[in-house]
Design a protein around this ligand. Structure first.
Ligand code: SAM
Length: 308
């Protein structure tokens, strides 16, 4: 079955009395070259010499799933739309390395899920990746959830996250502090990972055709805040508290973008304290949050918390 052919996809959906659901952001890929390239890029982020599993979020009718199953030893796909489960069962009846689970990604316990579905791969020293063509409305919460669940101390070796998102969101995810697209999402991703924009995908590659262009991002977790800031408290509990404080600083800094950082943080830190911290860092005291890199957010938080 060709799940990238628009006529076949329509016929398949009709046979199951389904139609693409806007509410679930269902825009299916219909150019096989695109999911193949996404799967290839995704696999390229994981070590080639070790077993590799991939967790797919939102398989739809399976366009990306089929290619992931060629590049990975094992694929587990989480689909929220119950109606698609029997359809996916038919499409992948002959694929013994694909498991489809009916669940809302936002509701699962990610670490437990990975342990349950990829425990065998992890025991062999393998890695797990996450790959998705994400509905646009859920991109940020999904990414934040993955990154929140990942930390260098946690045992799950997440090799990489490959996501197709709206082009503008991709620019924000991958932006550095010096770029115009830099914002809360860029800083939050930068605290834990390196993100690169891989390639753009025009709207004509989907059925139904969305209103926006898309882009594929590769996100590779790095060593976490310890990698970008060298005075993180040694103790794990204190380090976790500090990491949370940095995230809070970023949240407050971008909560009111037009405000200066001193005003943005004033709900938590007295203005003269933040002003002194910025002076200590050699930064302008009227600087806005969007000018600070993830590493500078770590340093600022450390000064504000009396760690530095
Ligand atoms: N992967 C397919 C493709 O590339 O053709 C479908 C992509 S479509 C943009 C997004 C898919 O995510 C849909 O199948 C939708 O039902 C599913 N989805 C939406 N929200 C979800 C959630 N919270 N958890 C799991 N799947 C979700």
């Amino acid at each position: 079955m060709n799940v990238c052919n628009p006529a076949e996809v329509r016929a398949l959906l009709e046979r199951y009395q389904l139609a693409p659901k806007k509410g679930f952001g269902q825009n299916f890929l219909i150019n096989p070259g695109v999911p193949q390239r996404i799967a290839e890029c995704s696999r390229g982020l994981a070590p080639m010499d070790r077993p590799a599993g991939v967790l797919e979020i939102g398989p739809g009718v399976g366009a990306l799933t089929q290619y992931l199953s060629e590049y990975y030893d094992k694929v587990t796909a989480i689909e929220i739309d119950r109606g698609l489960i029997p359809l996916l069962g038919e499409v992948f009846a002959d694929h013994d390395n694909i498991t489809v689970v009916n669940a809302d990604f936002m509701e699962i316990d990610l670490s437990a899920f990975i342990e349950e579905h990829f425990g065998d791969i992890l025991v062999e020293g393998g890695t797990v990746s996450i790959c998705a063509n994400l509905p646009y409305y859920i991109t940020t919460p999904v990414l934040m959830r993955i990154l929140e669940n990942w930390s260098p101390e946690k045992p799950v070796p997440l090799a990489g996250i490959t996501v197709m998102v709206q082009l503008e969101v991709a620019r924000r995810i991958c932006a550095g502090a010096e770029d115009g697209d830099y914002g809360a999402l860029s800083a939050a991703v930068g605290l834990k990972a390196e993100a690169v924009k891989m390639f753009d995908v025009s709207a004509g590659n989907f059925y139904p055709v969305p209103k926006v262009a898309s882009s594929v991002c590769g996100i590779v977790p790095h060593g976490g805040i310890r990698q970008i800031y060298n005075r993180v408290p040694e103790n794990d509990g204190a380090a976790a508290k500090f990491a949370q404080a940095v995230s809070d600083t970023i949240g407050m800094a971008f909560g009111q973008r037009r405000k200066t950082l001193v005003n943005g943080l004033s709900g938590r830190y007295a203005k003269d304290v933040t002003t002194a911290a910025l002076e200590k860092m050699g930064l302008r005291t009227d600087i806005r949050g969007e000018k600070l890199s993830p590493a500078e957010f770590c340093k600022l938080t450390a000064i504000l918390q009396g760690i530095e």
